[in-house]
Write a protein of this length. Sequence first.
Length: 243
Amino acid sequence: MKWATALSPACAGSDPWFWELPGAYAPGYMLSPASQVKMCAQGGWPTMKYLLRLAILLSLLNVSITAQAQLRNLLQNPDADQGATSWRAFGAATVEATPGGNFCFVLRNGGYFIQDVELPDDAPGKYAVLIGNGSSERIESDGAITDLPYLYGYMMQAGPANGGRILEYLQGQQMLAQPNIAGAWVKMFGIFKVPENTKKIRFFLDQALRKGVPHNGSAARFDNVGLYLFETKEEAETFVTSR
């Protein structure tokens, strides 16, 4: 195949890469300068700028796909739309609809839900985010936490279906919902590094209790709960901030 050696300036313009593009569609055939200008005007050849833009677009698409994969919620039925499916309920733990028709998990008198989540083999060393929204019917003026919703968890080794050795307790940080107004929804979350030999996380929806301040039947509500894995703590913190 012959190569273009003298493209018209009207076609080459400020893009010197045109000088290295093929000057014909078939071996041994060279387009005339007039034809080259026409081909350029009609978009017959991709410019290097175009190719760079395409490469950048594909790169961004790949990053987006990777990010979506990382953002996969490992919990099943995280928003109660399937009732209590995939969760084990203990005590006064139910699924109810809000006045607006949105289903959510509801705890009273110390009831709780749990879900065991099997982790991928490459989870150790990554960062687990436990997150969700919570609201409470009860707000104590003295700051007592009884009946407030909170997230809790275990990092566990492999074991029986409902058991296994606990490697780490997932608590503290912002796992307790502390709304200022009864019925207001607030964010709960915690970021924890997954230790070696961790095979699963037991995820709890729980109701707080302060010594000397008993439960009184007030409801703690949970919705949009999630368990996510991230390569770095910085990525986990960015996700929590944007959620």
